[in-house]
Design a protein around this ligand. Structure first.
Ligand SMILES: [Zn+2]
Length: 485
């Protein structure tokens, strides 16, 4: 007995040693020896250009026929006036009238082009919430060091900062060796088929392969991540897929005085309950593992021990992530019932009952696989399952060890010296997914410094950008273009 106890004690000791050794041997993924980027003298006119852009209400509506496209025309004429060198020296192609593709040819045609993305449509302001804004959403007004307005974060500031950077570089006599493409969509907020979809199809047809693609979808989070005190620059290396299913049960109808044991409403309700009770499995290999790798050497010691020994603590990490909706969304394909429809009169049994369920697919899952699994979970022949709209697969996960990622990493650190860089999976959708076939290196990052509260304003009220952040955005894009040569 004593022998076994001793053996057990020895086992525990060895385990502890292994945990500590793993923790101490943890390499940092942060690049060292990054030199600060040369300061770009951003003129006062740069901020004025952004203010003017915010004042044009380029609002996307779900039904494109209802969209006031005259504002898109106004916006394009505004860009032409604001960036005369860009329009004189770069080739411009238009797709579906308002999707813009600029080409700045490099001197070395052997090098694959780099592509910067953005979109200039914005989401509407929910009627009745205008009063909640500290400054009106389309005035381009400043208050307390912030510039307010739809598009300050999503995504006019990126578009304007990219153009500003190119305008500046043209003024310095800079000539790229690697071709630079800029593509700006006008319908990103409504799936991006007309803008990004058409531009990417045209590039595909030309056989264009890209060194890297950079879109929005990541940012510099100033209040840290996972207990880290420093700001963390999150770079999206993949984005989740999108699938909507309609579950329908068809009943007999008839009078409610003589109902059957299960009505169509009961059948669909039971199916929805089953889906909620059987979430898709939690996985760290859908992109979270890369994030943990990069954060592990930066978090406080206790957490470091956990992050460094995922073979043992994987379950705990999953539990902690699953406890919040945001963490949970990074961990699994999510299931969200969004519409429930049945019945019209209190004493009549409905014939059809329908529930709409929206899924966001974690990299590694597929549309067909999720449909199969939903069928298996519901396991009820009375429920008809139908795909609604255009589903999209999760994007491939871009390799954070690729030279293009290191280039981006170095550029971020040279403009924002104190930040930690980390790859992650974007839970929303961006235009970038449309370009997956054109490059192995598709990244989602805007040089926007923002805290948690600011992130929550993106689709809500008081969307705003720190005025001091804007010159940094211009400097970031100028530095990235220079570094890409
Ligand atoms: Zn956006």
């Amino acid at each position: 007995m004593r022998f076994f106890l001793r053996l057990l004690g020895l086992g525990i000791l060895l385990l502890l040693v292994a945990l500590v050794v793993n923790t101490l041997r943890l390499p940092s993924h942060q690049l060292s020896g990054v030199v600060s980027a040369p300061v770009v003298p951003v003129a006062n006119s740069a901020l004025a250009h952004l203010v003017g852009a915010l004042q044009i209400p380029t609002v996307s509506t779900t039904d494109y026929a209802q969209t006031d496209t005259a504002q898109f025309g106004r916006f394009n004429r505004y860009l032409r006036r604001s960036f005369p060198r860009v329009f004189a020296r770069l080739r411009l192609e238009k797709f579906n009238d308002y999707g813009l593709l600029f080409t700045w040819p490099g001197s070395n045609a052997e090098l694959k082009p780099a592509l910067l993305l953005g979109h200039y449509d914005v989401v509407p302001v929910l009627p009745g919430t205008e009063g909640k804004w500290a400054r009106p959403p389309f005035a381009g007004a400043q208050d307390g060091g912030y510039l307010y307005g739809r598009g300050t974060l999503d995504d006019k500031a990126s578009v304007l900062a990219q153009l500003e950077a190119v305008e500046y570089l043209l003024g310095t006599g800079f000539r790229p060796t690697r071709t630079l493409l800029l593509a700006f969509g006008h319908d990103e907020e409504t799936l991006g088929r007309r803008g990004a979809g058409t531009i990417s199809a045209a590039l595909h047809q030309r056989g264009t392969q890209l060194e890297y693609v950079l879109d929005e979808g990541g940012l510099v989070k100033t209040d840290g991540v996972a207990g880290i005190k420093k700001a963390v620059a999150l770079v999206g290396i993949s984005e989740k897929g999108y699938l909507t299913l309609e579950l329908t049960a068809t009943g007999q109808g008839g009078h409610s005085s003589m109902p059957p044991a299960q009505t169509s409403i009961g059948a669909v309700a039971a199916a929805v309950v089953k889906l909620e009770q059987h979430p898709f499995p939690a996985r760290l290999d859908g992109g979270d593992d890369h994030l943990l790798d990069y954060l592990a050497s930066e978090v406080p010691l206790g957490q470091r021990l956990v992050f460094a020994n995922r073979w043992l603590f994987g379950g705990i990490i999953k539990k902690i992530l699953a406890a919040t909706p945001a963490g949970n969304a990074t961990l699994r394909t999510t299931t969200a019932p969004t519409i429930f429809r049945a019945g019209a009169k209190d004493n009549v049994l409905p014939i059809d009952a329908t529930a709409t369920v929206n899924f966001r697919l974690l990299p590694g899952d597929s549309v067909a696989g999720v449909v199969r699994e939903v069928r298996r979970i519901i396991d009820d022949e009375k429920i008809n399952i139908k795909i609604v709209g255009q589903p999209s697969q999760p994007s491939p996960v871009s390799d954070p060890n690729a030279p293009a990622f290191q280039l981006l990493h170095r550029t971020i650190r040279s403009v924002f010296p104190a930040v930690i860089v980390a790859p992650y999976v974007v839970t929303g959708a961006t235009d970038a997914r449309q370009y997956a076939a054109l490059s192995a290196n598709v990244y989602r990052f805007s040089p926007t410094q923002i805290n948690q509260e600011g992130i929550e304003s993106v689709y809500g009220s008081n969307e705003r950008l720190a005025v001091a952040n804007y010159p940094k955005m211009v400097q970031f894009y100028a530095t990235l273009i220079r570094n890409s040569q």
